[in-house]
Design a protein around this ligand. Structure first.
Ligand SMILES: *Cc1c(COP(=O)(O)O)cnc(C)c1O
Length: 221
């Protein structure tokens, strides 16, 4: 079941875009099944859950942190996380830098932007990003490699597409204004089970797909 779903989703994603299989709330057996079907990139949104899964699952899995990250939880994932999609404040980025240094590594991060209609979604706006960016030179153990965002949760396809276009415009603005000479700044993480096909059409390089692979979640942590 998971394997069939995974292969179906994977078949719709064309390189260089990549699929992050969002395994939050799902048991390690489910992750293992997707792993055996060839999936190596997994997304989680709780630090302790991710730490515990990392400890028991194959070590060549790339773990992506996709949810709101509390500063006091960074230490649990800093030793191994591949990419943090959800940097939404300077304070959080400074903590990631410090914990990365302790682990003698550099952690790749995305800046999360808020474009959706919902008030509750975390993320920066352009002004907040502009205030944060000058501080990057003070941090040697984080590397900003792109941005992440979510579209409004709606059936209105035009609204969803407009949100993704806005995220792409923010990406292009940052790339041209701040990261023109950094080839690593190239990731645009957008698209979930319900809207990833639209996201890909609008330039997504990473889609984060959970329920379309693993089935509905009983609850959202
Ligand atoms: C849960 C989650 C997803 C995956 O959602 P699905 O609708 O199950 O595909 C993607 N991105 C973030 C940030 C999430 O929290």
């Amino acid at each position: 079941m998971i394997k069939d779903n995974l292969l179906k989703v994977q078949s719709t994603i064309v390189s260089p875009a990549r699929l992050i299989a969002v395994s939050k709330t799902k048991p390690v057996e489910a992750v293992q099944e997707a792993y055996e079907a060839g999936q190596r990139l997994f997304g989680e949104n709780h630090a302790l859950e991710m730490r515990d899964k990392h400890a028991v699952l194959p070590q060549d899995i790339e773990w992506h942190f996709i949810g709101h990250l509390q500063s006091n939880k960074v230490k649990y994932i800093a030793p191994f996380v591949s990419l943090i999609h959800s940097i939404d404040s300077l304070g959080l980025l400074q903590v990631v830098d410090k914990e990365a240094a302790k682990n003698d590594r550099t952690i790749d991060c995305l800046l999360q932007f808020h474009v959706a209609a919902e008030e509750t979604k975390f993320g920066l706006n352009k002004e907040e990003a502009q205030a944060l960016l000058p501080h990057l030179t003070e941090m040697e153990h984080v590397h900003i490699v792109g941005i992440m965002g979510m579209a409004t949760n709606t059936d209105d396809e035009d609204r969803v597409r407009a949100d993704f276009k806005q995220l792409k415009a923010i990406f292009d603005w940052l790339k041209n204004s701040y990261f023109a000479n950094d080839a690593a700044f190239r990731e645009l993480s957008m698209g979930m089970s319900g809207d990833y096909m639209i996201a890909l059409q609008e330039g997504s390089t990473m889609v984060r797909v959970g329920s379309a692979i693993f089935g509905a979640r009983n609850y959202d942590l």
